[in-house]
Unconditional design. Structure first.
Length: 133
């Protein structure tokens, strides 16, 4: 995901003549890894609570695709704009991260809280399960 996001933005910036700094690329890497870790935390929580691999994949794919869909639909419909703030892709803006000055602290805080919450809930769920060896 990181290489695709950075490569796409760099290629687009070369085509349209947009200046992008190395600091912007570093910020994108940080946000991309936090995004990936947040999805991993959600998948970890699903794997601690569910029994079958197919269910775990379904939860991860549904959350990822649903988040993208809600983010896409929020550009046109006000209902989705109101609930877009809960989903992952609202805080993932590769172009904005690379071209704007400063750091997007909202996305950083959102992803860190989501990662911590999902890891905590995963550990709690795993402790509550009865695992046979």
């Amino acid at each position: 995901l990181t290489l695709v996001a950075i490569g796409t933005v760099i290629l687009t910036s070369v085509i349209f003549g947009i200046d992008i700094s190395y600091l912007g690329q570093l910020k994108l890497v940080v946000v991309s890894y936090l995004f990936i870790l947040a999805m991993g935390g959600i998948a970890l929580f699903a794997s601690c609570g569910l029994n079958k691999a197919g269910q775990i994949y379904a939860v991860g794919i549904t959350i990822l695709a649903g988040s993208y869909l809600v983010n896409f639909l929020s550009n046109n419909w006000s209902f989705f704009k109101a609930i877009d703030y809960v989903f992952l892709f609202h805080y993932y803006d590769p172009y904005g991260v690379m071209t704007e000055a400063g750091f997007q602290w909202t996305s950083l805080i959102y992803y860190i809280v989501l990662i911590a919450l999902s890891v905590f809930l995963s550990a709690y769920t795993l402790q509550r399960r009865d695992i046979a060896i």
